[in-house]
Write a protein that binds this ligand. Structure first.
Ligand code: GRF
Length: 207
């Protein structure tokens, strides 16, 4: 069993999709040991509790967006719930902080993020708005491993979503989100069933 720690800041719909995938036995080789939020009122915490998953709130009010001191407390919480550097997996599910280099280096290739655009296009905040404003006809979502740069690490899965003329940020975001809820569990299944292999930046599937 791969012990998973989820870091979340908001709504928690991707966390919900993961918990459903575990409940439905789509994911059988992992368990979510802890959900940690930097925001005390994050709905993600309620979703975790509803599924009887332990939660920790680590309010980051006043703390810089990227901060090793703060991250060390997160790491201590992860470790105390069995999410250890060599065996665990950390999932960033709408986590609105930037991990420090030290944090990333401690869990090489063991941190996964989901981003609502086809990286390397539109990294950072408001990716759906960036795509609409730019006028691209196709955007989508990406599940990738986290490295030292934001929204940059090796890509595990991507799905394209066509942009319609009458799309708003809301309509586009909701179609992308449906795909996130599909490819995040799929990527975690591949990871936890040891189906991935790495060639430099390329993530390949064992056959
Ligand atoms: C998702 O769009 C995800 O791609 C981005 O933040 C959002 C989180 O949504 N990183 P939720 O909290 O999982 O509902």
């Amino acid at each position: 069993m791969v012990p998973i720690g989820v870091l979340a800041s908001g709504r928690g719909s991707n966390l919900d999709a993961l918990l459903d995938a575990i409940d439905n036995r789509y994911l059988t080789k992992c368990e979510i040991r802890i959900v940690i939020s930097n925001r005390p009122n994050a709905p993600a915490l309620d979703i975790a509790r509803k599924h009887h998953v332990q939660t920790i709130t680590m309010d980051d009010k006043g703390v810089p967006k990227k901060n090793w001191d703060y991250d060390q407390k997160t790491i201590a919480a992860l470790k105390s719930h069995g999410v250890l550097p060599k065996e665990g997996l950390i999932v960033l599910a709408g986590y609105m902080r930037i991990l420090s280099e030290q944090f990333v280096d401690l869990y090489p290739r063991r941190i996964i993020n989901v981003h609502p655009a086809l990286l390397p296009s539109f990294p950072g905040l408001e990716a759906q708005k960036q795509a609409l404003d730019h006028g691209v006809k196709v955007t989508g979502c990406t599940v990738h491993l986290v490295d030292r740069e934001v929204d940059h690490g090796p890509i595990i899965l991507q799905t394209a979503v066509a942009i319609r003329d009458d799309d708003t940020v809301e309509t586009l975001s909701s179609r992308i989100l449906r795909e996130e809820h599909r490819i995040l569990p799929e990527a975690i299944r591949l990871f936890t069933e040891d189906q991935l292999r790495f060639e430099g930046r390329r993530v390949l599937f064992k056959s």
